[in-house]
Design a protein around this ligand. Structure first.
Ligand code: PLP
Length: 404
């Protein structure tokens, strides 16, 4: 008789990130000789800047082969604190204490740890929907109730503070916010953040996780408002950021969080239980990223902006599509309901017929129906070719099924 595992029920509640599924389907098609244009995956198509790679290489040559402190090397944590201070204009009571920085393997562990700390049956956690799929997945994994904060196209996919505040109950323990946002590129204006922070005074039992991993990718003169700059919530704010997107370092697995005093030791203990520490060479590379020249980051963002402006115009011109103006990250999230197809059907059609990988809006939650995510982390030439292929496939489709 074969082994039948008696799994913990929580395992069946764990979701996934469909972008990885799309990536492996696209890779399979490529290996079969198809010329697939990948607008599905959320990672910069640039190389990690050479001086960062060199710092990692040098660390390995110099013998940085052992464990580091679980929360990260002190010079790295000091550099993180200084960088946040510079970028967000922090001073005095908003300044970051390097002892509150916890370095982790990427952005994801922080969301996992935050949800593990607060999530349990009977507790509610609010999260953006459409939003990064891992939030809902890990909330549900803990047994907590995942309460979607619906993000709407007419608000540019920014959250509405009054709506968020009205969703808080006695059972709410954590609110997750993300600006600039995946999958929509939405940027929440400072006025809404001000309102949310002011309103939270009436809910002292609620912690906040602010995912600011795209904080350096803003366009059209928009500026980032970090929740770190509000002293009144610093005792319950978890700030998530990292190197993956800003420095094109997704594969190095390096991220960090700023935890408040009451949570930082628990976060470090979770590190010790989970992964001990981030590999030392990545930490040295991350230090070089923060302390070295930033011109390649600026160039990368400028290139993303050029692609953003192009893809938005092209998408908006496709019959059945309507695309707003994403203010940040590197995603466009057009409304595709005019095609008469649902998001998953269109994602599958475009991959199979146009050989263009995208991700259905429903991969980011139920409120993503009617939308498709396009990552513009690809060359302008490839993006233009993808748009032409999509138009041709949709044209053919409409002649095959007129009216549909
Ligand atoms: N947060 C958001 C909003 C993201 O889009 C991503 C990655 O796509 C992450 C966190 C995770 O980043 P990392 O690859 O560093 O774990």
């Amino acid at each position: 008789m074969s082994f039948i595992p008696d799994f913990a029920p929580s395992l069946s509640r764990l979701g996934t990130e469909s972008a990885f599924e799309v990536l492996s389907r696209a890779a399979r098609m490529q290996s079969q000789g198809h010329d697939v244009i990948n607008l599905g995956i959320g990672q910069p198509d640039f190389r990690t800047p050479e001086h960062i790679v060199e710092a990692g290489r040098k660390a390995l040559s110099d013998g940085a082969h052992g464990y580091t402190p679980a929360n990260g090397l002190l010079p790295l944590r000091e550099a993180v604190a200084a960088d946040l201070g510079r970028r967000h204009g922090l001073a005095g009571e908003t300044e970051v204490d390097p002892d509150h920085v916890v370095v982790v393997p990427g952005g994801k562990p922080t969301m996992f740890f935050a949800c593990l700390m607060f999530g349990r049956p009977g507790v509610e956690i609010l999260y953006p929907n459409p939003g990064f799929p891992i939030y809902e997945s890990v909330i549900r994994y803990t047994g907590a109730t995942a309460v979607p904060i619906e993000l709407r196209e007419e608000n540019g996919f920014a959250f509405d503070a009054d709506t968020v505040l009205s969703q808080i109950t006695d059972a709410t323990r954590l609110i997750i916010v993300n600006s600039p946002a995946n999958p929509t590129g939405g940027v929440t204006p400072k006025a809404e953040i001000d309102k949310l922070v002011a309103g939270l005074a009436a809910h002292p039992h609620v912690a906040i996780l602010s995912d600011e991993i795209y904080s350096q990718m803003l366009y059209g003169g928009r500026e980032h408002t970090s929740l770190l700059s509000y002293p009144e919530i610093r005792d319950r704010l978890i700030l998530l950021d990292g190197w993956s997107k800003t420095y094109a370092m997704t594969g190095w697995r390096l991220g960090f969080a700023i935890w408040p005093k009451s949570m930082v030791d628990h976060a470090t203990r979770l590190c010790i239980n989970d992964h001990s520490c981030v590999n030392a060479a990545s930490q040295h590379a991350g230090l070089a990223a923060l302390t070295g020249p930033q011109d390649e980051v600026r160039d990368m963002v400028a290139q993303f902006d050029r692609r953003r402006q192009a893809i938005v115009g092209w998408l908006d011109a496709i019959p059945g599509f309507r695309c707003g103006d994403p203010g940040g990250a590197f995603y466009a999230f057009p409304n595709i309901s005019g095609t008469g197809m649902n998001a998953r059907a269109l994602q599958d059609l475009l991959l199979a017929e146009a050989h263009v990988a995208t991700v259905a809006g429903t991969s980011f939650g139920i409120h993503g129906e009617g939308y498709l995510r396009f990552s513009y982390a690809n060359s302008l030439e490839n993006i233009e070719e993808a748009m032409n292929r999509i138009e041709r496939v949709l044209e053919r489709q409409s002649t095959l099924s007129p009216g549909g």
